[in-house]
Design a protein around this ligand. Sequence first.
Ligand code: ZN
Length: 504
Amino acid sequence: MARPRIGIGGISIESSTFSPHISGDEAFTVRQGDVLMAYYPFLTPGSELREAAEWLPLTQGRSLPGGAVARETYDRMKQQILDGIAENAPFDGFFFDIHGAMSVVGMVDAEADLAQAVRGALGPDVLISTAMDLHGNVSRELLDEVDLITAYRMAPHEDAWNTKERAVFNLLGQLRSSVGDDPDARRPYKAWLQVPVLLPGEKTSTRIEPAASIYAEVPRVEAQDGVIDAAIWVGYAWADEPRCQAAVVVTGYDREVIAAEARRLGRLYWDARADFGFVADALPLGASIDAALAAVDERPYLISDSGDNPTAGGAGDVSWTLGELLARPELTDGSVSVIHATIFDAEAVARAVAAGVGGHVDLQVGGRIDPGPSGPVALSGTVFSITHGDSDAGDQVVIKAGGVHAIITERRKPFHHLSDFTMLGLNPQATDIVVVKIGYLEPELYELAVGWKLGLTPGGVDQDLLRLGHHRLAPGVFPFDTDGREPSLTAIVTRRGESAVESH
Ligand SMILES: [Zn+2]
């Protein structure tokens, strides 16, 4: 048997429609051809999956979370994918590598638009297998274009590669199952339902209940006879689109089993809706600082500056939190040491670089893209360090104002690793309070933190969802619309080429 020809393409970004930031061409790393192939560790030469197919890596654009994608940027990447399909046809399968929470200026449900275009170019006979982030959204329109669709089962996403590998493995399994057989039979059934609940990732970490127990059911469902895969999506809370809510898909051949299990997972999620709480004590910033100052035996004490978390879609330049730190005399008099990471502001970095290490600067930092409640904040201090050429941040400077060490970067960069700090001459282990634009703590910071508060700060990914002002969500979505209606949680069972059946 000839090896199946499998294309690879997609676009991955999580974009907040509440952030004034726009994600343009500069936001994306666009991989094509051999570079794209080399991106996937499970497709290295000699690996089983690599040898099982003839791979046609086309175009995949990937960005840090940010604001909505510029229309021209989206259209250009989409056209590159479609051109690649036209140039490399025919295909047997397609690995559709997306996030699921992309917003594009002027569009709703950008992933459905992309899936429809890819399906149109591939034709009806090609199997599409989709790997997503569990913070993506699954509309009926997206579901209908693809054959297999799965998502991460862990938040933080320690299983990201594993999920993409599973999507490819399942695709190969389905392509093999068609040998000498009815080609329609290789298209599995999908049992899909949306759960009208929309919660922030910081309340749905799979490290804690109730998400831990709900997600523990997913591999148990997958292990049943007649089931190929199961997935639960939390959805994306910082876009104002009707598709934004939780979803479940169970894929397989046994229509009764997949429908019943999809309904069961959806019911578990719905019934737990009021039990999801923040992964840490969530407090307004002032109370978080008070708690950190009081906990003198818990050093370092971490505070998440969560409303402007760039890895969720915040602009990354809201400087309100820095202003609040600088307004505390016990922090600026040097008796308590604080690191704030980070604000991106190329102009402020350039001025600090010009002043040189040890020089004094009077800066207005941040607030250029997302002014937040404060606009730019006055920062006067000494240039503590200058670091050039980080691949994400570009130039980075640390400004010391009393006990406060404020990190300013040329471009947006998340601070997830200890090395992000130590490369700047900082020692977070020996610092009293470390404030980071992040939500739940990534593993190295989680290890670092002796004490921790989730600061409820303003920005494009404000964790206090109800103050953001969504108005385009579907009716009945908890906690935005709590009129007491019970959703039907009916599963739609469908496969491409057949009409859908409702399963109650
Ligand atoms: Zn995610």
